[in-house]
Write a protein that binds this ligand. Structure first.
Ligand code: UD1
Ligand code: MG
Length: 452
């Protein structure tokens, strides 16, 4: 929006008791990102904008999550939970600085978009004192109803205070409001608590604006964008909506998915060109997938970087700190953690690679384990470029296998292996000629049925 400064206040002081969780409500994740982070990411940003979050007493974790997402955020504490208007006034100091627009959003509506925030600010420029985000609710129970008269918003009636007629209204308050910054403090200071809950309702601002001869208006949006989260069931519904959005965005950007409805993405998943994701893949936060990579079915990936033309799975698990170079191959039942695999490295079957560096084109045989933990500390394994690790080997860290070296199958490697050397660390094989035949004959004789 040109020229107008804007303060956004996100209310996040709610207790969220209906989540039945020790985690503050706004810290629950949707698509791998907290509810609060989704709202903050959509809030107006850039020159002339500022941002504040109102948190409940003892909710330091909420304040620090806000700072993590937007370093410039101001945080305020609402010491008593006396209603949404009271919560806004916890940030009085920020409001008093006098931004042109004051936008109020709720920390528990993660599906709101940046575009909607921008639409909300437009009526202010045209002289309105307040714009309220409204939606047509499939079931309006519990929401504040928008009373519109001749195109003007004249009141918002909370469920508990609404008449039977008013309860039939389906146009509801989504919670996002954009106030003209010059008049807002005078309006909010007039709000009282003479209602059935004894709370200071921000929604009463509408009636006060009407009585002062100023104009309030409604900006409409779809219900999916404004779903508020109060329960775990609503959290799961929001996840579905968000996943549908993320899948569509991935498909639109050129990702191939044969069964997108079975693929779970994170809000920050990044894709190159010509990426293919097979069915039943779960991608957590912090994943980048470069051009031409293929993620085969039933793989689980988080905080990992997947190089161009790499192949992952089926049934692979890439844990945090995994980095795959170009053309690297991770096969079935392979787990990686804090592991870098350089270009062309292959780990095709049934293997654990943790706290490790694997050089380019190294080949790690089936059933190899990097033994990285002694019950107290973690240690690193280094595998050189072009090394070949025979199947069913244990590499006991800290240990290095040199470039081009071989490790014989079934070895337990506890000492470093020089470049181009062979290491074999296993029991010697013994062979006894004819032993099996003699054994069978002896057993057969002992088992002969007794006669007479
Ligand atoms: C509120 C609206 C209602 C709207 C609905 C949309 C009011 C009075 N009612 O009702 O019109 O239809 O949202 O979801 O505004 N909060 C605080 N401090 C408080 C009270 C609330 O920070 O003292 C925060 C909560 O954390 C939450 C938001 O404000 O993020 C809304 O509060 P909530 O109690 O969920 O209001 P609703 O009854 O849902
Ligand atoms: Mg609510």
């Amino acid at each position: 929006m040109t020229g107008r400064s804007c303060l956004t206040i996100v209310l996040a002081a709610g207790e969220g008791t209906r989540m039945r969780s020790s985690l503050p409500k706004v810290l629950h994740p949707v698509a791998g990102k907290t509810l609060l982070a989704h709202v903050l990411a959509a809030a107006p940003r850039g020159p002339g904008t500022s941002l504040a979050v109102v948190v409940g007493p003892g909710h330091e974790a909420v304040a620090s999550e806000a700072k993590r997402v937007r370093a410039d955020v101001m945080t305020f504490i609402q010491h008593e939970r006396l209603g949404t208007a009271h919560a806004v006034l916890a940030a009085r100091e920020a409001i008093a600085r006098g931004a042109d627009d004051l936008v109020i959003a709720f920390g528990d509506t993660p599906l709101i978009s940046a575009d909607t925030f921008a639409r909300m600010r437009a009526p202010l420029q045209a002289g309105a004192a307040l714009a309220v985000l409204g939606f047509d609710a499939a079931d309006p129970t519990g929401y504040g109803r928008l009373i519109v008269d001749d195109g003007r918003l004249t009141a918002i009636r909370e469920q508990a205070d609404a008449s039977a007629d008013e309860r039939r209204i389906t146009l509801c308050n989504a919670g996002v409001m954009a106030f003209d910054g010059k008049t807002v403090l005078k309006v909010i200071d007039k709000i009282g608590n003479a209602n059935s809950k004894g709370e200071y309702y921000l929604t009463d601002a509408v009636g006060i604006i009407r009585d002062s001869g100023l104009r309030a208006t409604v900006i409409e949006t779809g219900e999916d964008e404004v779903r508020g989260i109060n329960t775990k069931a609503q959290l799961a519904e929001a996840e579905q909506v968000m996943q549908a959005r993320l899948r569509k965005a991935a498909l639109d950007s050129g990702v191939t998915m044969t069964a997108p409805e079975t693929v779970f993405l994170a809000a920050d998943t990044s894709f190159g060109k010509d990426v293919t994701i097979e069915p039943f893949v779960v991608i957590g936060p912090g994943v980048t997938i470069a051009d031409g990579a293929v993620i085969h079915a039933f793989s689980h990936i988080m905080q990992a970087s997947i190089g161009s033309n790499a192949s992952v799975g089926p049934y692979a698990r890439l844990r945090p700190g995994t980095s795959l170079g170009a053309g690297a191959k991770i096969g079935n039942f392979v787990e990686t953690k804090a592991a870098t695999l350089e270009a062309g490295a292959k780990v095709n079957h049934l293997t654990y690679v943790g706290d490790a560096h694997v050089g380019a084109n190294a080949n790690i045989g089936a059933g190899t384990i990097t033994c990285n933990y002694d019950g107290f500390n973690k240690y690193r394994t280094e595998i050189g470029e072009g090394a070949f690790i025979g199947s069913n080997s244990s590499l006991v860290a800290p240990v290095k296998v040199g470039a081009g070296a071989y490790v014989g199958s079934g070895s337990v490697v506890t000492r470093n292996v020089p470049d181009d050397a062979l290491a074999v660390g296993r029991g010697q094989q013994a062979v006894r000629e004819g032993w099996a035949k003699r054994f069978r004959e002896m057993k057969a004789l002992a088992k002969k049925p007794k006669t007479g």
